[in-house]
Write a protein that binds this ligand. Structure first.
Ligand code: HEM
Length: 216
C-alpha cells in the first residue's frame, strides 16, 4: 500500500483520527491545568497565561494545535460520510443500529457542537486577550470571570463540556483500538482510564464555569 492509499483507506483515516485525537486530549489536560490557576487568584492565573503566551515552544505548538484540529475535523467528516454510505448498504440486510453505542453513532454531531463551541470560545477569550486594543485595560483573569457572570454563557459552556464528555467517551477508547493498542486483557484498564480522564476533564472545566458564576 503506498502513502496515498493508506490515507484514503478507512484504517488509515482512523489512525490519523486517533493520533490527532490523542494530541487534542493531551492539549485538554494542559489547558485545564492552566485554567485551574483561576482558583489561586488573579495574579497566579495572569502569570500562568503570560508564561504560556511568551513560551516559544507553546507558541509553535499553537500552530500544530490548529493543524491538529483541522485534520481531525476533516478526516472525521470524511469517515462519517464513508461510513454512512457503507452502513446504508449493510442496514439493508441487517439492523446494525443496535450494536453500536450512542457515543459512537453521534461522533460527527457531538464533533460539530464542539466545533461551534470552539468558535464561540475563541471569540470570547482569544480575541479580547490577544488582539483587542483594550487588552491592557482588563486582565485575562477578569475577562474569564466576567464571562461566567452571564448565566447564558455559563449554561452554554457547561452544556458543551457535557457534549465533549460524550465525544471523549467513544474517542478515548476507540483511539486505542485504531492504533492497535487494545486487546481483551487491556480493555478493562482502558475503560477505567477513559472514565477517569473524561470525568476529570468535564467536571474540571464545568466546576470552573459554575464556581465563577456563583462566586466573585
Ligand atoms: C472553563 C472552561 C474553559 C476556560 C475558562 C477556558 C479559557 C481559555 C482562555 C483564557 C484562553 C486564551 C488563552 C490565550 O489566548 O492566551 C483559551 C484558549 C483556547 N481554548 Fe479554552 N477554556 C475553557 C475550555 C476549553 C475547551 C473545553 C476547549 C476545547 C474543546 C478549549 C479550547 C481552547 C483553544 C483551542 C484555545 C486557543 C489556544 C491558544 O491560545 O492557541 N477551551 N481558553
Amino acid at each position: 500500500m503506498n502513502h496515498c492509499n493508506f490515507f484514503q483507506s478507512s484504517v488509515g483515516k482512523k489512525v490519523v483520527m486517533s493520533i490527532t485525537g490523542v494530541f487534542l486530549m493531551i492539549f485538554l489536560l494542559l489547558h485545564l491545568s492552566v485554567n485551574l490557576f483561576l482558583f489561586s487568584g488573579e495574579k497566579a492565573f495572569n502569570d500562568a497565561v503570560f508564561f504560556m503566551r511568551e513560551n516559544i515552544f507553546i507558541r509553535i505548538m499553537e500552530y500544530v494545535l490548529a493543524i491538529g484540529f483541522f485534520i481531525h475535523i476533516l478526516f472525521g467528516i470524511k469517515l462519517h460520510l464513508e461510513n454512512k454510505k457503507v452502513k446504508g448498504e449493510i442496514d439493508y440486510a441487517i439492523n446494525s443500529y443496535s450494536i453500536t453505542s450512542f457515543s459512537s453513532r453521534s461522533m460527527v454531531y457531538t464533533g460539530i457542537l464542539i466545533l461551534s463551541f470552539l468558535v464561540l470560545h475563541l471569540i470570547n477569550f482569544m480575541i479580547p486577550m490577544k488582539y483587542s486594543d483594550h487588552r491592557h485595560l482588563i486582565s485575562d483573569y477578569n475577562i474569564v470571570v466576567s464571562l461566567f457572570k452571564n448565566p447564558f454563557y455559563t449554561l452554554i459552556y457547561v452544556f458543551s463540556f457535557f457534549i465533549l464528555g460524550i465525544h471523549l467517551n467513544h474517542g478515548f477508547q476507540s483511539s486505542f483500538q485504531s492504533l492497535g493498542l487494545s486487546n481483551k486483557k487491556r480493555l478493562a484498564w482502558i475503560q477505567k482510564f477513559s472514565f477517569l480522564y473524561l470525568w476529570f476533564i468535564c467536571s474540571g472545566f464545568s466546576i470552573i464555569a459554575i464556581w465563577f458564576f456563583f462566586n466573585e
